[in-house]
Design a protein around this ligand. Structure first.
Ligand code: ADE
Length: 410
């Protein structure tokens, strides 16, 4: 992969000589070229900035040096055949707090490209016409490391180059270590431990979790998965929503429901609870009996997640699944899940199970018991909840004609 970086501080990029990235360069896996923007100025003072039109604080980077630098990058790179021929133009990445969020998924996409160029802005930014100029010549993406402001793009380039380069074949020795890390599969990494198994830390003895010493690889894998889900739920609930699209359902979008979702929720719940009404001989089942106002009110009392097919042509996707969860009122130890529903054409593909896991992952740390309720006649639901680890409680459930099921949190 060829990389070009344009900056007024080329020395900022010297860490790319170090460690695995430095080795990848020496091994010929990365062909990195750093360019000084000031080399493309034409005045005696090598001026790269000027005051903003319209007034305001700070300085703006002038367009002409940028156009010259990009032209140089394209000409130099396109002429360099090398062992790995690449595209005619690079994909230009401009780091900035106003960009699209840089993610592991984007790192994977960029790692598949033959040639990336980076334009490091400083001051208040680069004259907007540079983006237009560049976009007429090459793909351009403004990328942000996060919702905070750095002094310039160089630190972001270091981060992006490291995240991308380590995905190239041969850069990281043990490819397996790339699979089980944070953000792969949409979850954060599980906790890791090494010797000693029992660490005497002053007055405290800190033991490694016993399961890791058990030699039971199945149990270790389950423990690690549970830890990833729990850690992600605690630190990054936004990612848990995305991770719920397991079981080959990666193309679905999961969001927390808003009142505008209520009409579709009402339609879906009536469709999903019809069979139960028919078998039980009663339509006085809450999901069937509710009106739109009740559904909207429920959104305020529960956290409700909705699953949609991808938006297309400006229209939102179809609402095909939902689940909701909440702390039992007055009891911080019990997490109630409910209204688990999947559109008829998507049933039997693991979406229901994934939604239940999503609702459980939303439970705060105080929770030690998961609770769910279903119709006594809903044998399929009871079977599914049992498979998910729930136990049927004896006697009548919390509503007439229903049963309650619970499971201990692991
Ligand atoms: N340049 C300044 N702030 C930045 C950010 N948050 N991400 C990427 N580049 C930046």
């Amino acid at each position: 992969m060829r990389l070009d970086v344009v900056s007024i501080f080329p020395e900022y990029l010297t860490p790319l000589d170090l460690s695995l990235i430095g080795k990848a360069r020496r091994d010929g896996l990365l062909d990195l070229h750093v360019h000084d923007l000031r080399a493309f100025t034409t005045d005696r003072h090598h001026t790269v900035d000027d005051s903003p039109f319209g007034g305001g604080a700070g300085m703006v980077m002038k367009p002409e040096p940028w156009a010259a630098a990009l032209e140089h990058v394209v000409a130099e790179g396109a002429g360099a055949g090398g062992a790995e021929p690449h595209a005619d133009v690079p994909h230009l990445l401009v780091p900035g707090p106003g960009g699209v969020p840089f993610t592991q998924a984007m790192a994977h996409q960029l790692a598949a490209e033959p040639w990336l160029a980076f334009a490091c802005g400083r001051y208040e930014g680069i004259d907007e016409r540079v983006y237009e100029h560049a976009a007429e010549r090459m793909p351009v993406t403004v990328v942000s490391l996060g919702d905070y402001v750095l002094n310039g793009g160089e630190v972001a380039v270091l981060a992006v180059v490291e995240a991308v380069a380590r995905l190239l074949p041969g850069v990281v020795g043990n490819a397996a270590s790339l699979v089980e890390e944070s953000h792969e599969g949409g979850l954060l990494e599980y906790p890791v431990y090494t010797r000693p198994a029992s660490w005497v830390d002053g007055d405290t003895v800190r033991d490694v979790p016993a399961v890791l010493l058990s030699g039971d690889h199945g149990a270790i894998e389950r423990w690690r998965h549970d830890e990833r889900v729990a850690r992600t739920a605690a630190r990054r609930p936004d990612l848990v929503a995305a991770a719920a699209t397991v079981g080959g359902l990666y193309d679905l979008d999961v969001t927390v429901a808003v009142p505008a979702d209520a009409p579709e929720l009402l339609v879906l719940q009536r469709a999903c609870w019809m069979p139960e009404g028919r078998v039980s001989g009663s339509w006085r089942i809450p999901p069937l009996d509710e009106e739109l106002d009740d559904v909207v009110r429920g959104l305020g009392e529960w956290t409700t997640w909705v699953v949609r097919t991808p938006a297309a042509g400006g229209a939102p996707g179809r609402l095909v699944g939902s689940v909701r969860g909440r702390l039992r009122p007055g009891d911080p130890h019990v997490w109630e899940s409910g209204r688990l529903m999947v559109a008829p054409d998507l049933q039997g593909r693991g979406l229901g199970r994934a939604l239940l896991e999503l609702a459980e992952a939303g439970a705060p740390a105080t929770v030690d018991t998961f609770w769910i309720n279903t119709g006594r006649v809903s044998e399929g639901n009871i079977r599914r909840y049992r498979r998910a680890g729930y136990r049927l409680l004896p006697g009548e459930g919390s509503f007439p004609g229903s049963v309650d099921l619970t499971k201990r949190r692991r």
